[in-house]
Ligand binder design. Structure first.
Ligand SMILES: Nc1ncnc2c1ncn2[C@@H]1O[C@H](COP(=O)(O)OP(=O)(O)OP(=O)(O)O)[C@@H](O)[C@H]1O
Length: 551
């Protein structure tokens, strides 16, 4: 025996084993790497889309449904068609060799081997589509379930859930939605399994027929008995390969439905909600003349009535305006239109005579700054919470400290061990909790850090008492001296500080004028003012005091 040769053959065998394992491991790594990259890009594309679409899209449940559906489109889903194509290639090579062999025996064997693939493809394609449609139809319910889960796990809702002892009820409600969806999924799976059973029986029948034919060939001595096993294996191999190909093609079809859905989301556009003009005028800074509302009306998507209509007014540059009116009278809607967050349904808004639709969107955002009543409380540091007003100047800690000092944020930050780097809230780390009023000061600091030509407070002062609210408005006036400012308030005494007051009622602008003029008018403003006059006497705030603040 040539031991030397055997030794080298054993070495070769070892190298082949190592190489094939190495190739497999590298391939697994490349797969994972590609999957992570695709995941990252998909998440980025989705986040880019959601952060840039018009705000009105977030009033549409179908937008949330679509978003929820495609969030399941992870890298694997995009990778699957590529992986499947490789497997189809491999299976095709195997199939061709089997077919060539079977053809040399008899064409009927070939026919019987491939016959099961057609119904298999049809059934798998059908159930692939049904699974997609099921996901489509189940999304609203699944979202309801997710919403309930978030209520049960969020800090914001934790208080009320305990207070109203809602835990058990919400859990039952969640179980109901969960099992409704689960039942439908299982029903589809059962049907799919029944069809698969039928297919297996059909394949088995075809295999048996093939075996019968081979036996008949051996009896009629076309084939030798020794070839029986080889031919049977070839028939089985053909059937397995072609079934695999048809399953893989059906899977590609199913994945393509999800991928198409993903692209539909990326291309999702509601023309009526998009800016109609692509013109790109800069925002007129500084504002020279003022802001004009020319017969503006706006209706939310899906609503049957206008939330604001026939709005006509002119605000001079540098003017201090208050907007008052009862709940739901359209104050916030008017502000959202003024900011260009919603394109108006009819009429026009002009800044120094330039139609809002023609001003660069980025410029609008830069120059109109708002603190809404439901402003964000970021679970990040104090510094983040202020710097988010203008991330381009994130590193400008001096300016951050300046606005913090102007708004009184510095008074409580000085007690925090990490100062401006202290995290707020408890979500990410055990940070500091702030009171409602302190959060409002943070929001105000963020607004000042941003700056801008038009500065708006949309009643972010709800948790302040009347005295504190007036104090804050007074401060706001001082801090925004040369700017055009608008503040919304339900409190008439605060509105008194404005140069002029807009009074909204049922979506219309019913009065406009100074406090004195409106009181003399004796209409809506006078009525609202009278309704609240006791608040201020109860809080020991005299008319003189308010007038004093105004000076
Ligand atoms: N996103 C929305 N989709 C549909 N309708 C809305 C939406 N937001 C507000 N509305 C409706 O528009 C009307 C005006 O609401 P808006 O928030 O402008 O009133 P508001 O005067 O600011 O009220 P409040 O003083 O209570 O804050 C209301 O009838 C409200 O139901």
């Amino acid at each position: 025996m040539d031991y030397n040769k055997v030794f080298w053959l054993l070495i070769l065998q070892f190298l082949i084993i190592v190489c094939s394992s190495g190739i497999r491991l590298i391939q697994e790594y490349i797969d994972k790497h590609t999957e992570i990259k695709i995941d990252y890009n998909i998440q980025k594309i989705i986040s880019n889309k959601t952060s840039s679409v018009p705000l009105a899209y977030f009033d549409m449940p179908e937008f949330y449904d679509h978003l929820n559906r495609i969030q399941g489109s992870v890298g694997n889903r995009f990778l699957a068609p590529i992986k499947n194509s490789f497997q189809i290639g491999q299976a095709t090579i195997r199939l061709i060799s089997y077919l060539a062999f079977l053809l040399t025996i008899h064409w009927s064997l070939l026919l019987l081997s491939v016959a099961a693939a057609i119904p298999l493809f049809i059934i798998q394609k059908k159930y692939g589509k049904r699974r997609f449609l099921l996901l489509y139809n189940q999304t609203p319910k699944a979202r309801e379930g997710q919403y309930i889960t978030s209520l049960l796990t969020n800090r914001e809702s934790a208080k009320e859930i305990r207070l109203f002892q809602l835990g058990g009820y919400l859990l039952d409600r969640w179980s109901k939605t969960y099992f409704e969806n689960a039942r439908e999924s299982l029903r589809l799976l059962r049907r799919n399994q029944m069809s698969n059973l039928g297919l297996e029986m059909f394949s088995g029948l075809l295999l048996t027929c093939s075996a019968g034919i081979i036996v008949w060939f051996t009896r009629s001595s076309t084939v030798r008995i020794g070839d029986f096993v080889v031919i049977s294996q070839a028939v089985q191999g053909t059937q397995t390969s072609i079934n695999q190909i048809s399953s893989l093609v059906a899977q590609i079809y199913e994945e393509s439905l999800y991928i198409q859905d993903f692209y539909k989301f990326i291309q999702f556009k509601v023309p009526i909600l998009e800016r109609s003009s692509q013109s790109e005028y800069p925002f007129p800074t500084p504002l020279q003349s003022g802001i004009t509302f020319d017969n503006v009306a706006f209706r939310y998507t899906g609503s049957f009535t206008d939330s604001i209509s026939e709005i006509n007014f002119f605000i001079r540059a540098g003017e201090k305006i208050a907007i008052v009116g009862e709940n739901g009278s359209g104050k916030t809607t008017l502000i959202k239109c003024l900011m260009g967050l919603y394109p108006v349904s009819s009429g026009r808004i002009y800044f120094d005579g330039i139609n809002i639709e023609e001003i660069k969107e980025q410029d609008l955002r830069k120059n109109i700054t708002v603190v809404f009543q439901d402003f964000m409380r970021y679970s990040f540091s104090v510094r983040d919470n202020i710097a988010f007003g203008n991330v381009e100047r994130y590193g400008d800690i001096e300016e951050i400290k300046k606005v913090a000092s102007k708004t009184g944020v510095d008074k409580f930050v000085k007690h925090f061990s990490k100062g401006y780097d202290t995290y707020l809230g408890k979500y990410l780390i055990n940070g500091e909790d702030l009171s409602g009023g302190q959060w409002q000061k943070i929001a105000l600091a963020r607004l000042l850090f941003r700056g801008g030509e038009v500065i708006i407070l949309d009643e972010p002062t709800a948790s302040l008492d009347p005295r504190a609210e007036i104090e804050l408005f007074k401060q706001f006036h001082t801090l925004t001296k040369d700017k055009t400012t608008i503040f919304i308030s339900h409190r008439m005494a605060a509105a008194k500080m404005a140069d002029r007051i807009l009074v909204m009622k049922e979506g219309r602008l019913v009065e406009i004028g100074t406090h004195k003029e409106l009181m003399e008018n004796g209409q809506e403003y006078y009525r609202l003012y009278q309704l609240q006059s006791h608040w201020y006497s109860d809080n020991n705030i005299s008319q003189q005091e308010v007038i004093g603040w105004m000076k």
